[in-house]
Design a protein. Structure first.
Length: 140
């Protein structure tokens, strides 16, 4: 049985997916807001490293960038924004289709991305403190 990482096509395919997702978000006025600001110059590569690890691939994110607490802190204290989340999730699903990821791998990746997005809401309030040492958020 292969991992979701392998079923998706590995790191290079996940990078293509994250780049397409980013493009689609910028095209959607509802989803664009987080991407219109100064992002890390390697945002897509960092997100790809995170997703690769989450999907059962190499521990690229935790070995080179940070842990789950770090990721959650990056997204914390921004309020609850359901409409933005839904627009970004719809863009992710379209990106999966656009890059040719279909069937069960697409469903699993989409489900994971939705759950990860919803979990970030735990620290959405202003002043929220993300606890240290959170376990990495792996896909099922």
């Amino acid at each position: 049985m292969s991992s979701l990482y392998e079923a998706l096509g590995g790191f290079d395919r996940i990078l293509v997916l994250t780049r397409r997702w980013h493009e689609l978000c910028l095209q959607d006025p509802e989803a664009a807001h987080p991407f219109e600001h100064d992002l890390h110059p390697y945002h897509d590569e960092r997100l790809s490293a995170y997703l690769a690890e989450a999907f059962g691939g190499p521990k690229l994110y935790s070995a080179g960038y940070g842990d789950e607490s770090y990721v959650q802190q990056l997204h914390a204290c921004n309020g609850v924004h359901i409409e933005l989340d839904e627009a970004c999730l719809a863009a992710f699903d379209k990106a999966l289709t656009d890059v040719g990821i279909m069937g069960e791998p697409a469903l699993k990746a989409s489900s994971y991305f939705r759950l990860a997005t919803e979990r970030q809401r735990a620290w959405s309030e202003d002043g929220a403190q993300v606890p240290p040492g959170l376990p990495f958020n792996y896909a099922d």
